[in-house]
Design a protein around this ligand. Structure first.
Ligand code: COA
Length: 168
C-alpha cells in the first residue's frame, strides 16, 4: 500500500515531533524553541510532511524543511525525513513545495543551502532538483568536522507547477 501524506506549514501541535525528527537526523540539532520561533517569524517557513495514518508510535510528522527569506534570497535548511520513510521522494516533494511557495508567494528566485561534503544522499537530492555547487566553506561543520558545499538554484516562475503536491 502506498504511503499517504500531505505537506503543510508548521503548527504548534507539531513542535514536539519536529524537534524529535531533528534530533534523530542531525548531530547538532535545532531545539524546540528554535522551531517555536518559526511560528511567529514572518521571514521563515517550515513545511512538514504529515502522514495521513499515524504509525504505532503515534508519529505523524515524517519530514520537514525550513526556508528563511534573507532579503530576497531563500536559505533552505533542516531538510529531514524520518529514517523509516526515506527513499520515497518525500524530501523531493517537500523541497519542490518549499521552492514553489518561496517563488510564488515571496518572489524569491534564488535559493541557497549548505550541505556536508560527505552527505552524498543529500547532494544527490539537491542535484536532482537542479541545485548546482557554488562554493565550499572549509571545516564549516563540527561533529564530525566536514566542509560545507554551498549549492544554489535559480528558478524560472514560468516553469513551476501550479498545484500543490500531496503524497506520491
Ligand atoms: C537527505 C534526505 C533528506 C533525503 O530524503 P528522502 O525523502 O529519502 O529523499 P528522496 O527520496 O526525495 O530522494 C531524492 C533523490 O535524492 C538522492 N538520494 C536520496 N537518498 C539517497 C541515498 N541514500 N543515496 C544516494 N542518493 C540518494 C537520489 O538521487 C534520489 O532520487 P532517486 O530515488 O530517484 O534515485 C534524508 O536521507 C535525510 O533526512 N537524511 C538525514 C538528514 C540530512 O542529511 N539532511 C540534509 C541536510 S543538508
Amino acid at each position: 500500500m502506498s504511503l499517504r501524506y500531505h505537506i503543510r506549514e508548521l503548527r504548534a501541535e507539531d513542535l514536539t515531533e519536529v524537534t524529535a525528527l531533528e534530533a534523530d537526523c542531525f548531530s547538532m540539532p535545532w531545539k524546540y524553541k528554535d522551531f517555536e520561533e518559526i511560528l511567529t517569524n514572518k521571514n521563515r517557513i517550515y513545511l512538514a510532511a504529515v502522514s495521513d495514518s499515524p504509525n504505532d508510535a503515534g508519529r505523524t510528522v515524517i519530514g520537514g524543511c525550513v526556508l528563511t527569506d534573507i532579503t530576497g534570497e531563500g536559505d533552505i535548511s533542516n531538510v529531514a525525513v524520518h529514517v523509516d520513510y526515506r527513499g520515497q521522494h518525500i524530501a523531493t516533494a517537500l523541497l519542490q513545495e518549499l521552492i514553489r511557495i518561496g517563488s510564488t508567494k515571496r518572489s524569491i528566485h534564488t535559493f541557497i543551502l549548505e550541505v556536508r561534503s560527505r552527505n552524498t544522499a543529500a547532494i544527490g537530492l539537491y542535484e536532482k532538483l537542479g541545485f548546482c555547487p557554488a562554493g565550499v566553506r572549509p571545516n564549516f561543520y563540527e561533529k564530525p568536522k566536514d566542509d560545507a558545499v554551498i549549492m544554489r538554484l535559480t528558478v524560472d516562475n514560468t516553469k513551476l507547477p501550479h498545484q500543490e503536491r500531496y503524497g506520491d
